[in-house]
Structure formats: C-alpha cells, structure tokens
Design a protein around this ligand. Structure first.
Ligand code: NDP
Length: 292
C-alpha cells in the first residue's frame, strides 16, 4: 500500500483564493485587512518565516506592516510598539515572531497583544477559550491541520488521535482541537514510556517533535493518517541542507493510509490560517464600524 498524499500547497491555494475574495470585499467596504509583524533579532529561520508571511499577505490583498528590532532591543521599546498597534484601528492582526531574545518575558509580550488582534492565538485568554470550545483565535498550525483532515475527509469523531509533542504552539492546541472535534486524544512527549505503543494505536498520528525523520513506518498503524508538522534542515548525509519533517516519509508512506509531505504539507497551511484569522478580525472591525 502507498499512502495518499494530503497536499498542503493545493489546499492552501484554494483557501487563499477564498481569503483573497474576502479581503477584496472588505477593501471595497473601506477596510483593508492589515497584519502587523514584529521580528526581534536575526534568527535566520524566523527571518524566512516573517518574509513568507509578509509575501503571503501581499499576494492575498492584505496590507502588512513589518517592524524589525535588533537582538539587543529593549523590551520596553517593543511593548510601546505593541501599545501603538493595539490602539490603531487600521491594524487587525498583530504577530510577534517567536522565539524572542532572552531579555524578553515571552508570556508578558504575548499577553500585551490586544485579545481581538491576537491572530496567532497565543494569548492566555484565547487559549482558555479554545479549551472551553468557545469562539477564539485558533493557533494557526493546529488549525491548518484540522483543515487538512477535513479536506481529506479523514473521520475525526471517535478516532484514536495521538500527538507527539506538548508545546504551547502546536501539541497542546492540537490536542484541544481534536478533543473538541470528538477524537480520543493521547499526548506524548519526551517523558513518555514506550512511545511506539501509543503511536501504533493511532488512527490519526500528529508528529510535532523537531527531530528529523524520528517517526518510522514500524511506529505507524496500517492505514493511519500521518500529519507531519516538523520542519527540520538536515545537517549531514546525502540530503544535507534539505528540509525534512519529523516523519521518515519513505517508510511511513508504505504503511500509512494518508500522509502530509514536508515541504508542501502543514507549513503552507499555517500561513494560510494566519491570513484567515486576520481577515476574520477585519470583518469584525468592518461590522462594528458600520454599526457605529
Ligand atoms: P518544541 O521543541 O516546543 O516541542 C517539541 C515537543 O516534542 C516537546 O513536547 C518534546 O517533549 C517532544 N519531544 C522531543 N523529543 C521527543 C522524543 N524523543 N520523544 C517524544 N517526544 C519528544 O517544538 P514545537 O512544538 O515548537 O515544534 C515542533 C516541530 O514543528 C519543529 O520541527 C518545528 O520546526 C515545527 N513547526 C512547524 C510549523 C509549521 O508551520 N509546519 C509551525 C511550528 C512548528 P518535552 O515537552 O517533554 O520536552
């Protein structure tokens, strides 16, 4: 058996087309959706992510504002910028690219973002709302995964879902979304005993570990849906310099029923959901402007 590929580029192109239509409608009503992005320091991966996010905004007809700060920036300076952006009615989404340099208190920065502009969904109140299955900005990567499962018609209700990774940005919100959707969820991490025991039970297996090709075919239940969130750059061997996921694609593909590739899987969907959250925020702003 060879798994069918869940193509994030194809799905992204379709969803981004819909987002561009919504952005055009909003612009015609005098509200162009606008995302403000703050980047502190010169981490090369972060710089690439920010560049891609800004480019995706432009392509979909969203305005973007970019604020770059040096590695040794004073937190007070960034906090002052956030206050300005919070108060600016023309800004609908605010994103602070993580990780931040050590002089920053990351939690304090995320909580300084206006709840209604928290398009990354990392503010504690948005996280709490998500855990209660109430309306919230949903973190983009796990939200993109849910869209991929939906587009591929993967049954979630009643499914055994196993997530490897318990980070605040991927693993935990992924667990909440799958729980809210009716899956039976197991969250694994570095302290899990006998990881393969859990992964082999999974109808849906989500890998968000940060270790190249960590999940191999023998850890996967035949026919399972495998979602590879990992983005790793290989350091050595014949593929040095290439991107790969947390799943060993070749051995996994021989066992799984469906699988997401890296690149071209979850990555493009993450940016797509960021655009969607910004448009949702702008739609809210347009409604309240018209009601005023
Ligand atoms: P973190 O480093 O924050 O979390 C990694 C998780 O994996 C932790 O919970 C850790 O456990 C767990 N883990 C590490 N080693 C093992 C192991 N040997 N066995 C079981 N679990 C293990 O990473 P992120 O969640 O931020 O990101 C995960 C991956 O996803 C990375 O490759 C990242 O680049 C990628 N990513 C991709 C995105 C996309 O758009 N596609 C967006 C965000 C991230 P513990 O908690 O015990 O330490």
């Amino acid at each position: 058996m060879t798994a069918r590929i869940i193509d994030g580029n194809v799905l992204s192109a379709r969803v981004r087309g819909e987002i561009a239509d919504r952005a055009a409608t909003l612009s015609a009503r005098g509200v162009q959706p606008c995302l403000a992005v703050i980047l502190v320091g010169a981490d090369p991966a972060s710089a690439v992510y920010v560049r891609n996010k800004v480019a995706a905004c432009e392509k979909a007809g969203l305005r973007s504002l970019r604020f770059d700060y040096p590695q040794d920036a004073a937190p007070a300076e960034v906090m002052a910028r956030l206050a300005e952006l919070n108060a600016d009615p023309a800004v609908h989404g605010i994103l602070v690219q993580l990780p931040l340099p050590p002089q920053f208190d990351e939690t304090a920065v995320l909580e300084a973002i206006d709840l209604g502009k928290d398009v990354d969904g990392f503010h504690a109140e948005n996280v709490g709302r998500l855990s209660q299955n109430r309306e919230a900005f949903i973190p983009c990567t796990p939200h993109g995964v849910m869209k991929m499962l939906e587009s591929a018609a993967v049954p979630v209700q009643g499914a055994e879902a196993v997530i490897i990774g318990r980070s605040n940005i991927v693993g935990k919100p992924m667990a909440m979304l799958l729980t809210n959707a009716g899956a039976t969820v197991t969250v694994c991490h570095s302290k899990t005993r006998d990881l393969a025991f859990h992964t082999r039970r999974a109808d849906i297996l989500v890998a968000a570990i940060g270790k190249p090709r960590f999940v191999t075919g023998d850890m996967i239940k035949p026919g399972a849906t495998v979602i590879d969130v990992g983005i790793n750059r290989l350091q050595d061997g014949p593929d040095a310099g290439k991107l790969c996921g947390d799943v060993d694609f070749e051995s996994a593909r021989a066992v799984a029923g469906a699988i997401t590739p890296v690149p071209g899987g979850v990555g493009p969907m993450t940016i797509t959901m960021l655009l969607e959250n910004t448009v949702i925020s702008a739609e809210r702003a347009a409604r309240s402007r018209e009601l005023a």
